[in-house]
Design a protein around this ligand. Sequence first.
Ligand SMILES: Cc1ncc(COP(=O)(O)O)c(C=O)c1O
Ligand SMILES: N[C@@H](CCCC[NH3+])C(=O)O
Length: 427
Amino acid sequence: MHHFAYRRGVSHANVLHAEEVDLCALADTVGTPFYCYSSATLERHYKVFTGAFEARPDTLVCYSIKANSNLGVLKTLANLGAGMDVVSEGELRRALAVGVPGERIAFSGVGKTKEEMAFALDAGIYAFNVESEPELRALSEVAERKGLTARIAFRVNPDVDALTHHKISTGRAENKFGVPFEQALSLYRQAATLPGIAPVGVHMHIGSQITDLAPFKNAFALLTELVGTLRNAGFAIDFVNLGGGLGIPYRSDEPAPPLPTDYARLVNEAMGDLDVRLLFEPGRMIAGNAGILVSRVLYVKTDPDKTFTIVDAAMNDLIRPTLYEAYHQILPVIESTPETFTRITDVVGPVCETGDYLALARPLPELHAGDLIAIMTAGAYGAVQASQYNSRLLVPEVLVSGEAFCVTRPRPSYEDMLSAERLPDWL
Ligand SMILES: Cc1ncc(COP(=O)(O)O)c(C=O)c1O
Ligand SMILES: N[C@@H](CCCC[NH3+])C(=O)O
C-alpha cells in the first residue's frame, strides 16, 4: 500500500501498488470506484499534529468528523486517544459509537436543534461552541430543563480573511459563522446570567485549506486579547479552541503548505504564557492525504480538438473539483514516469452535467479503457460529500492496514436504493 503520505512532492514515480496492498487486486475484489484509506497515514498525521504540541500535554485534539466520518477512520483515531469535533447528532453518535468519551467531544454548528442539544448534554460533552445569542438561550432552556450545565465557548468571528477559497472561508464578517468579535464581552456577560450555562472557553475557526500562516496569526492575536479581556472581567476561561483549517499539499508542483510544527510555533507565540487548555479541530490535515479514490477508465473519447477520459467515478462521488475548482492529482495505477504525462485530457464522469469532471486539461500518460487511476488527496471532504445524483450508488470505502483491508462501508445494492423509498397509496 502506498502510504498516501503527508509527504512533500509526491512524485509521479510513486507506484501505488508498491506496498502491501495491491490496488489492482483490491479493485477486482471491491469493484470500482472505491475510496481507499490508509490506517498508517491516518495514525501518522494524528501523531504529527499532536506531537507538535507535546510541550502542552493537556492539549485536546478533536478530529473534525465532517472531513471523513467513516467509522473505520474514526475508530483508528479514537484508539489513539483523539477527541472529536462534531456538528450534528449524527456525527456525535458516530463519535460515541467508536468509543470516544463525551469529555473529548466539542459540538460546533450554527443550527443545533434543541433535540441535538439535549442529546449532547446527556452524552456529557466537553463543550458547545455557541454561534449566536438565540442559540445560547435555546441551550440554556434545554440545560435548565434537564438540570444539567452546558460548558460553552462562543465561536468568535474575528473578520479575518483566511486567504482560501471563498466557499470555505468562515471567519469574515459576511460569513454566517460565530458572533462578532465586538459583541463577545457582552454575550459572555449575558451567558453568565443564564441558568444551565457555564461560559468557560473561547472558540475560533476561520476557514479551511489555509496555506498561509498570517491569517492564523492575526486571528489568534485577537483571541488572546479577548481571553485577557474576559479574565479581567472575571470569567474563568479554562480552554481556548483554535479550530482547524491547516492546509495540506494537493499538488507537487506548488510550494508545500506550512507544517504542523510551523503552525505549532505560531500558536505558542500567539498564546504566550496564557494558562489555558488548548483544543484543536483539524480535519483535512488528518484525513486528506490518507485517502484516494480509485476509478476505472470506461472510454477514451477523442474529439477533433479534445480528449475526454471517461471514468466510472463522477462529481457525485468527489464534488471538490467542480464545487471549489479544487485540484486533485491523478495518477495511473501503473508504473509511470513524469516523461509519460504528455496527453492532455479532461477526466470526466458519467453524470449528466457539464460540471462533472475530476480534472480539466490534465497531462496524463496514455490511458485505455480498463486502466485504473487514483485520484489523490481524496480522504477529506470526499466520501462525506458524496450523493446519489443520477441514481448512482454511493461508492464503497476500504480501510487498509499493512496487508489487511476491510470494506468498512460496502457498496449498497440497487435493491437497497429502491427499498429505501415509499410510494403513496394513491398511486
Ligand atoms: C468549526 C470547524 N472546525 C473544524 C473544521 C475542520 O477544518 P479543516 O478540515 O480545514 O481542518 C471545520 C471545517 O472547516 C469547522 O467548520
Ligand atoms: N468541504 C470543503 C471544506 C469545508 C470545511 C468545513 N467547514 C472542502 O472540500 O474543501
